[in-house]
Ligand binder design. Sequence first.
Ligand code: P1T
Length: 386
Amino acid sequence: MSQAESQHKFATRAIHAGQKPDPSTGAIMTPVYMTSTFVQKSPGVIIEEYDYSRSSNPTRKALEANLASLEGGRSGFAFSSGLAAMDCVMHLLSAGDHIILGDDVYGGTFRLVDKVYKQLGVTATRVDFTDHAALQAAFTPKTRLVWGETPTNPMLRLCDIAAVAKIAKAKGAMFAVDNTFATPYLQNPLALGADIVHHSSTKYIGGHSDVIGGVLVTSDEQIAAKLKFFQNSVGSVPGPMDCFMLLRSTKTLHVRMERHCANAMKVAEFLAGHKAVQSVAYPGLKSHPEHALASKQMRGFGGMVTATLKGGMNESRRFLERVHLFSLAESLGGVESLIEHPAIMTHASIPAENRAALGITDGLVRLSVGIEDVDDLIRDLEHALA
Ligand code: P1T
């Protein structure tokens, strides 16, 4: 990115960073380079920088540059899923190393650590990142990586990124933040001291529930070189069409997020005032335990709302079957509203006792508030709760 480009504000970078009109035709959109390989002039003498699309592809390169710019980092890497992106970070570890994992994370994130890397000899400790004494105490001489989400999935708790980054740095461990729920529009972990930022681009970055993808961004050159090596060596890269679709989506990320935030705030306020609802977690509500931190660390409170209904499984099942505009489905971050039951759906891989300790009960429902008319969304919830 040129110096002039790096000074552009978010909305301008969202639309332009990493992209320029195609020099051979003038096409304003970065072409979908549907090619597996690139011809060479002579053995080892390549025409531009490309020799094989697993290593690099022009459409993917544009996406990686765009996302690096949005996160304020030097290097971006795109993957075929959010978990593939996390897997690339896990390759930075060796057998015998230790990772500190946030206690509230996506079920698949926990499964990758607990079921895949544990059998390869990487040990893990789960910690509540709001408890800095517990975090300090969890480090061992073998701790290489601290991995957490903020806001977390599904309880929407926040961690103080700058404070945790300082603790990790003092202990010589890398700190990776899963920024999926916040998006680069609302929060930039690298600027607060994190070493790696991760996204499931399946969510808000894609924004239309039509692509599975993952992203890593870092400004650390040594980490970047290793991520590049593992991205190419393992090969879980996205195809050019998926990269094109994600590039098209980032152009509207800022506009979508404004509406997600505004709608989610109204939905959270509505639920908090409803007699069938026991409690609501939304970082924008004054009742949220990290509301002050959210106001400082984020530029908006996001589109996710989690609510605990009065009653138990019967009440939440009935509610989830009665909504119409909110679709009952896993995933989040699309323009359309989704709703789900974490204990049965997205967080089934988390052991029941851990779920209970976090508050992931039978009455807990998670809403991904879309960008439909918020009055219609609230009417839908009102009807389903009645
Ligand atoms: O599904 P995938 O693109 O591989 O991303 C995994 C992932 C990583 N991190 C967070 C915070 C996530 O929410 C996810 C995926 N989450 C869901 C599918 C879900 O419904 O919560």
